[in-house]
Design a protein around this ligand. Sequence first.
Ligand code: TYM
Length: 343
Amino acid sequence: MEEKIITSNQPEAPAKKKRIFSAIQPSGQMTLGNYLGAIRNWVEMQDEFDCVYATANLHAITVRQDPKKLKENTVNLFALLIASGVDPEKSIFFHQSQVAAHAELAWVLETYTQFGELSRMTQFKDKSARHADNINAGLFTYPSLMAADILLYQADMVPVGEDQRQHLELTRDIAERFNGIYGKTFVVPEAYIKKNAARVRNLLDPSKKMSKSDPNTKSFILMTDEPATIMKKFRSAVTDSEASVRYAEGKDGINNLMEIYSACTGKSYEQIEDEFRGKGYGDFKTAVGESVVAVLEPIQIRYKELLSDKKHLEELARNGAASAERIARRTIEKVYKKVGLVR
Ligand code: TYM
């Protein structure tokens, strides 16, 4: 125990909770990778931290979207996150487009982000290869908008999957650069990347991350996939010819399934190896599928209930946005003043 020296008889103020910010793009359906890599952490962090969460719909338009579909996906994502346990009573939860300060700060931060830095972003390189007909400026400056999201709320920590680490590092560089010029303006945030199942791989090609943008639907599990579909997809997952369930180099398919099973059941790799010693991959794949169904089915039921009351969902997002706005305004006023922008 740390010794405390009490110098006054005033009761101690409760320690300020650390601020968390994170967001997810409403670009279609959420995968098991999004759930195990991100959403589940969001839910767990709510009791300990002061959390601000958003749907990143401004980020989503960096690839061409059908307007009706974008709106529908955004509302669905909002409902799915609440069904997963994001609690609007505990956390601030809203849509990025509802708080104008995100776009305002993004513009300012773009002028503190270098062309060379943005050119090195692997997500930009991947996405511009995939959308070669629409390599727009927004796709390129996307990380500056992400930095704005985080820095607006003075977030201490940002829970994300491994694939966002590079964007977080750039956010820190931008914050430090700005603070260096104008004096302390932004909290310099840290990436919070959980070790366990931080990276869920593609079921057919485990050299890639699980992503809903893969053309083969068998390569990913959607959070809204029917139980029978989930079981079928795991049955067709790529393994190897060794027929031994153990975590080892060169066994990417099995390693991925072990990661998923461990994340869904809480079992360690040693426990999993013991459980399936002498058994074939068929038994293992069935167990992995069942463990995923057990996690996703209750979320799916709650999701359907929530979507039956769209007005209620709108009200929750509006309230969340009003709370977000209050924090974001303070930061944007400070930034405009420091930079010398007339109000
Ligand atoms: P996005 O929408 O692609 O993904 C949302 C979150 O899910 C994580 N994730 C994964 N984790 C593990 N395994 C996978 N296969 C997997 N796929 C996705 C991502 O790391 C992310 O945490 N730019 C961000 C959204 C964003 C944001 C922000 C995040 C906008 N503003 C501010 C944090 C803070 C993105 O495109 O994530």
